[in-house]
Design a protein around this ligand. Structure first.
Ligand SMILES: [Zn+2]
Length: 108
C-alpha cells in the first residue's frame, strides 16, 4: 500500500505529462467507482486505489486526468488514453533497465 501523499504526487506528476491541472484531489471511500471527475476539475479517487499495483493506478489516474480535457469516452479520449498508457509504460521500463545496470553502461 502506498500513502495518500505518494498517490497525490503520482497524480500531479501525471497531470504535468498530460498538460492538465486538477483543482483538487481527494481520496475517500467510494462504493461503485474507482474515481470521478467533476466539471470544476475536482478529482476523487477510491481509497482502495492505494492498495492497487502501479499499472492499475496509472490507468485510473490517466483516465480521470483525461476527463479534464474530454468529459466523455469518445474517440479522442480513448486515443489519448492509449497513447499515454503506452508512452508512460515504456519510459518506466527504460528507467528500470538503466537502474539495474551496475556497470554504468546502456542496456538498450
Ligand atoms: Zn470515464
Amino acid at each position: 500500500m502506498i500513502s495518500s501523499k505518494t498517490f497525490k504526487e503520482e497524480v500531479l506528476s501525471l497531470a504535468k505529462t498530460v498538460h492538465v491541472m486538477p483543482r483538487e484531489i481527494h481520496i475517500q471511500a467510494m462504493k461503485r467507482k474507482w474515481a470521478s471527475c467533476s466539471s470544476k476539475g475536482r478529482l476523487t479517487f477510491d481509497k482502495k486505489i492505494l492498495d492497487e499495483c502501479e499499472k492499475m493506478r496509472l490507468k485510473v489516474i490517466l483516465h480521470e486526468l483525461l476527463h479534464l480535457k474530454y468529459p466523455n469516452h469518445g474517440r479522442m479520449f480513448n486515443l489519448l488514453l492509449d497513447t499515454y498508457l503506452e508512452k508512460y509504460g515504456e519510459r518506466k521500463i527504460e528507467k528500470r533497465l538503466k537502474s539495474n545496470d551496475h556497470q554504468g553502461k546502456e542496456m538498450i
